[in-house]
Design a protein around this ligand. Structure first.
Ligand code: 4AD
Ligand code: MG
Length: 476
């Protein structure tokens, strides 16, 4: 007997036919109405039981959380609230759920509580919706690049290089922790370790993606990345997924065009393909924000904001211009910023990024940053002090994309590597691409969870990945 997904049944409405659904009980009312959900859609299907035809002991086992298989005829519903329902002829309890112990009751649970039971939270409306939107965004990302003749590239997860040069990496080692071998200089002797050298979890696939772009022209990665930064914020994870396109012959302007077009495409895809889930998440957000002061609430309902971003041009502003705007801004003059903007060259904090997005009332692409606050691989401008970097700032999120045109000139790259105090030997393979057929190229990294946060309106990044890893937390 074929099992039908609830999504399919609700779409096709095969009235009069006998169907079987399998799923989990959300509620069971009046010993008569079972609301079943199988995760294929936000919506439940109602199954109507004529309790006189069923054993009372069986009916007792229909509790919130129990897994059932139900067979019956699909009919037009007599009641309000649903168009169709199943008149149940057979019930099989696949898995019982003790109502005394099941932590998910049909009531509102806090997001904090749900994080503690992350093994069960996909069964809630909110997390079901988030996971379905997350899937749709991932699918849209692959589709976008495939349609534009990019190749999906898998870069290593264990690596000997520190792409961002920030040193915030998780070490991968099989050395005996109780008896670590040391060199004559008293340092850890990694030559005795698994790889014969020090190895870490990757912080970015960019450097390897560059190698492939200088052969296949257009590539992208979509994989997990790891950062051992001790940031306990609503925007940082220790393990997150990043999408990194890299394109030969693209300069920074092309890079900005690509990033903007790409973001708009995937947001539009979600708007078109996640209608029910986004409608639900929009209501959830409005509800949540009712308890917040007016100035902390969103300016627009969720889907309106998504439409706004996908239909309007991003504002492109140089770092230097941005510093002028910030220096002369009200919060700076009234000393409302925690970090006051005085001199050119300072790194921007999230309070500044938020101000700029509000100021322009649109996503902002900041470019041409001071060289000393960005990574070694970014192309040096003629002025000798700025690099062809870009960050894309989104409302409510801040930085969602970071990217750049890459330094393609051997001598200058070599000099930059030296200035950053990076051991040149460790990057010979990277430098060699500048020796053999080098060319202008650019790319960027999109933090997948920050995108999912933006599209779902969730305030905390821990709620848009199934099992978040943050300082002090690696449960499940
Ligand atoms: O700005 P980042 O560090 O840039 C890179 O890693 C470059 N190699 C990208 C490239 O040019 N190919 O990181 C890129 C994006 C950020 O804009 C942010 O969205 C996300 O990755 N990100 C994080 N997301 C969640 N948790 C963290 N700890 C993150 N760190 C960065
Ligand atoms: Mg960045």
């Amino acid at each position: 007997m074929e099992t039908n997904s609830i999504k399919e049944i609700l779409n096709k409405k095969p009235i009069g036919s006998t169907i079987t659904v399998k799923g989990w009980v959300r509620t069971f009312r009046s010993n008569r109405f079972i609301a079943i959900n199988d995760g294929s859609t936000l919506k439940n299907i109602q199954a109507v039981v004529d309790f006189e035809n069923f054993d009372a002991d069986l009916l007792k086992r229909i509790t919130t959380g129990a897994c059932l298989s139900i067979k019956g005829d699909l009919v037009n519903s007599q009641g309000k609230g649903q168009e169709i329902e199943i008149l149940v002829s057979e019930i099989e309890i696949i898995g019982d759920s003790n109502p005394e112990e099941y932590p998910l009751q049909p009531k509102k649970h806090s997001l904090e509580f749900l994080r503690e039971i992350a093994h069960l939270r996909p069964r809630t409306n909110t997390f079901g919706a988030i996971l379905r939107v997350r899937h749709n965004l991932a699918f849209a990302i692959h589709q976008y690049f495939h349609n534009k003749d990019f190749f999906y590239l898998n870069t290593p997860i264990i690596t000997g290089s520190d792409a961002e040069g920030a040193g915030e990496m998780f070490n991968v080692s099989v050395l005996d922790k109780k008896n670590i071998p040391l060199t004559d200089e008293g340092e850890v002797d990694y030559s005795q370790d698994f790889f014969g050298k020090e190895a870490n979890l990757t912080v970015s696939g960019q450097l390897e993606a560059e190698l492939a772009a200088l052969a296949l022209s257009k590539v992208y990665t979509f994989g997990p990345t790891f950062r051992a930064e001790n940031s306990n914020t609503t925007r940082h994870l220790a393990e997150f997924w990043m999408i990194e396109p890299e394109v030969a012959f693209n300069d920074l302007d092309d890079n900005m065009d690509l990033a903007e077009d790409f973001l708009k495409y995937v947001i539009r895809f979600a708007l078109e393909n996640c209608v029910d889930d986004l409608e639900f998440l929009e209501k959830r957000l409005l509800d949540e924000e009712k308890s917040k002061p007016l100035n902390e609430r969103s300016d627009m309902p969720l889907t309106e904001k998504l439409r706004f971003v996908s239909e309007n041009n991003f504002r492109r502003v140089s770092y230097t211009e941005a510093i002028d705007i910030l220096r002369n801004s009200k919060p700076n003059k009234k000393k409302k910023f925690q970090y006051l903007i005085e001199d050119w060259g300072v790194d921007l904090q999230s309070e500044h990024e938020k101000f700029l997005v509000k100021h322009f009332n649109a996503p902002v692409i900041l470019f041409d940053y001071p060289a000393h606050i960005k990574a070694f691989y970014m192309r040096l401008n003629e002025d000798g002090k700025t690099v062809r970097a870009m960050d894309i700032l989104f409302p409510g999120i801040g930085e969602i994309i970071g990217g750049s045109q890459r330094e393609e000139r051997y001598d200058i790259l070599e000099q930059r590597i030296e200035e950053f105090g990076i051991e040149k030997e460790s990057l010979m393979w990277y430098l060699e691409t500048r020796k053999f057929g080098t060319c202008t190229h650019s790319g960027f990294g999109l933090g997948f969870e920050r995108l999912v946060q933006f599209v779902t309106g969730m305030g905390n990044i821990r709620d848009v990945i199934p099992f978040p890893r943050t300082p002090g937390n690696a449960e499940f």
